[in-house]
Unconditional design. Structure first.
Length: 115
């Protein structure tokens, strides 16, 4: 299984970006998908997660600005990021958890928000 993230880039504060993460390989079911980020000099932190049942969870810092969604038919998750702030800058990683708690991470995609 591979996770391929895309959609990062440079944007001015207040702008929007949409990240995508496509899972490929031998996939029967994905239980849980999420986005995490790591800012320079900081630890990786949770941004948002979504379960196969559609339940979502967001970090307080992104509530009301970011939306996580999944297209199950395509095994792809998305992160719509609006009203971006400089503190949203970092490398964003997608994550997927399969049955048996098998955990996969994608390579990160860099998001840079300038003030």
């Amino acid at each position: 299984v591979q996770l391929q993230a895309s959609g990062g880039g440079w944007v001015q504060a207040g702008g929007s970006l949409r990240l995508s993460c496509a899972a490929s390989g031998s996939i029967l079911r994905i239980n849980h998908m999420g986005w995490y980020r790591q800012a320079p000099g900081k630890q990786r932190e949770l941004v948002a997660t979504i379960t196969s049942g559609g339940f979502t969870n967001y970090a307080d810092s992104v509530k009301g600005r970011f939306i996580i969604s999944v297209d199950s038919a395509k095994n792809t998750e998305y992160l719509q990021m609006n009203s971006l702030k400089p503190e949203d800058t970092g490398v964003y990683y997608c994550n997927a958890i399969f049955p048996g708690l098998v955990n996969y991470w994608g390579k990160g995609t860099l998001v840079t928000v300038s003030s």
